[in-house]
Design a protein around this ligand. Structure first.
Ligand code: FDA
Length: 281
């Protein structure tokens, strides 16, 4: 399993990760670094995770690589205490502002959306849209309303389909509805003049949006494509060749297991990819 995870995880240590980022930058890709981990159970673990993201921002500044940072609030103590989590993520957001960088807050499962929005809005008021942004999942019925609300504050949003198992009470059970909502919400946020990270590997959606972006003359500096490290590598580089900005979400660290198993659940073919390579070596 660990061997298989290497396809989706940059490295275990920060210095090695910075080397990987340098390589991606050389290929014209920009990066979002994520220190792996979620759902910590103790304050010590949350404090350590907070420091890890601060260290990433320092390493980005000192190495000069082109990368920002993503975090998950459960890694920063969300399930322990909301106020404690806010204190932790505030330290990272402050560092992002000090180093003229950007902090993206990932979205986790649906029971955590309201509290994530509360914490995010506090940070947005403190640090501004140039330094903090959020993720919206198009499988949730509520997301259109959230995009409209966040749009009023010109929030920088990463739009994704959503990776967690959700009940039909809160999320579209049919993939077609999730896909249609993805396109709808990307267009909505962009047409309201807001920065949008289009985070998908879905080539049909990407092609549709590329055409629409041209037709509507959406400025190049209002959006970027985003994909996961190790997924659709060829497509990432093709988009760069065509002149699009592409950011690779690049996880690193030792706590790779939950992240890796989500990638396998999304696409069981990944298991075969790993097995094939195991037999090859
Ligand atoms: P979809 O799953 O429909 O796949 C379309 C095609 O893409 C597939 O047919 C295949 O060709 C390719 N593909 C997709 N996944 C693949 C994989 N794992 N391996 C190989 N090929 C694959 N989710 C969330 O809930 N909260 C978050 O904060 C984030 N953050 C995030 C950041 C970034 C940069 C990305 C790209 C994604 C996320 N996600 C996320 C995950 C997201 O919600 C979603 O689960 C995955 O992106 C997979 O959905 P797609 O949009 O790629 O399409």
């Amino acid at each position: 399993m660990k061997w298989g995870a290497a396809r989706f995880v940059a490295a275990e240590s920060l210095p090695k990760t910075v080397e990987v980022v340098e390589g991606l930058n050389k290929e014209g890709l920009v990066v979002a670094l994520d220190h792996l981990g979620e759902s910590v159970e103790s304050r010590e673990e949350a404090t350590t995770a907070t420091q890890a993201s601060i260290d990433i921002l320092d390493a980005i500044q000192s190495s000069g690589v082109d990368s920002n940072v993503s975090v998950k609030l459960t890694q920063l103590g969300l399930d322990i205490d909301e106020e404690f989590c806010l204190e932790n993520v505030d330290k990272i957001a402050r560092k992002a502002k000090e180093t003229n960088n950007f902090l993206r807050i990932d979205m986790e499962d649906s029971p955590r959306v309201d509290v994530t929005l509360r914490i995010f809005n506090t940070l947005l008021d403190r640090y501004g849209k140039e330094h903090v942004g959020l993720v919206i999942q198009t499988y949730l019925y509520r997301s259109e309303q959230d995009v409209l609300e966040l749009g009023k504050k010109n929030t920088n949003l990463r739009i994704v389909k959503g990776a967690y198992k959700e009940p039909a009470r809160v999320a579209f059970p049919n993939k077609k509805d999730v896909d249609d909502n993805f396109i709808r919400l990307v267009k909505l946020h962009l047409q309201n003049g807001n920065y949008t990270a289009i985070a998908t590997h879905d080539e049909a959606i990407i092609n549709h949006l590329k055409k629409w972006l041209k037709e509507k003359n959406i400025p190049d500096d209002l959006y970027e494509f985003q994909m996961l490290f190790g997924v659709r590598n060829g497509l990432q580089r093709e988009l760069v060749k065509e002149g699009y900005k592409v950011r690779v979400y690049t996880p690193y660290g030792k706590d790779w297991y939950p992240y890796f198993t989500r990638r396998l659940a999304e696409r069981p073919a990944n298991v075969f990819f790993i097995l094939k390579n195991m037999f090859r070596n």
